[in-house]
Design a protein around this ligand. Sequence first.
Ligand SMILES: N[C@@H](CCC(=O)N[C@@H](CS)C(=O)NCC(=O)O)C(=O)O
Length: 323
Amino acid sequence: MTDDTDKSIVLYHYNASPYARKIVMYLALRGLPYSEVKQPVIMPRPDLQAIGVEYRRIPIMAIGKDVYCDTRIIIQKLEELFPNDKLGSTTPEGRALQKLFEIWHTEGPLFFRGVRSMPTKNFTDPAFRKDREQMTGSSWTAEDLERAKPEAHIYMRNLYNMLENLLADDRTWVLKTNRPGLIDIEASWLLMWLRGAKALPESLFSRAIFPKTFAWIERFDAVLQSARMQSPKPKQLEGATAAKQILSSSFAEGEGGVPSTDPQKLRKGDHVELYPTDSGFNNKDHGQLVSLTDQEIVISLNNGLRLHTPRSGFRVRQVDSKL
Ligand SMILES: N[C@@H](CCC(=O)N[C@@H](CS)C(=O)NCC(=O)O)C(=O)O
């Protein structure tokens, strides 16, 4: 049987995005070839309009005609669609801990507190502040950012404390594997970003206070750097070229369905809107419902692309078909 699915990976992102860096780390550790379409740090993003996507958060990944929004679904699909030598844990406890780190960072309070731990001077551009206020629905004034820092530092200390505890027995990687796994990414990407920006004060986050965590991050960084040197360099694509390539490719995965047992009682083909509920909620995508599971929502856009999001942290609901 021939496999006519299209597995070319296109990543829409910008370098400063910690979420995008998480995916770039993953792709480097896997040595997977990909193209990238660099995005501005604020809206508008015409390259996304060119593929009919309203969702505004970064990163977004296309594989063939399937478009994945949110790092949780991006990593899940990279694991499923490229299963040889994948990074996810193979033990039940490992998978559970990996998931909990993901939830704590992405659905839980950590990411937002990580951003609040960044130096306020990094966010002085008025256009940037306005853009992020639209995206998060919260204030980004210098006074409010400063006021939020002590509380944010406590959240970050809780992460360091948790890691210091886990690494106390001198294990090299979080799940005692012989190379870093997905969990090492899930547990470190936010800290790596803060470390790169020298964001956290030495008085609260020093090598003396958290020796094991500092050593683990340095080890991981060294492995990542060497993986980056060995991986294929990402191919740079213009938005128009990427759109043409994506729109004319085939689907990366088969079409699922909508079970009659789903608590929302939606049906395949329903006209729906789809948007994240934690941030970026003003940007809503519309389309026909293709598939629903506990983990995933898939809709078909007008241009034929299929848009995938995680189920948690997103809302899908039926709208008037004339919309
Ligand atoms: N839960 C999402 C969050 C993504 C997110 O918040 N990304 C930030 C950049 S790190 C963003 O989109 N910021 C606003 C923007 O770039 O428009 C994920 O896992 O991908």
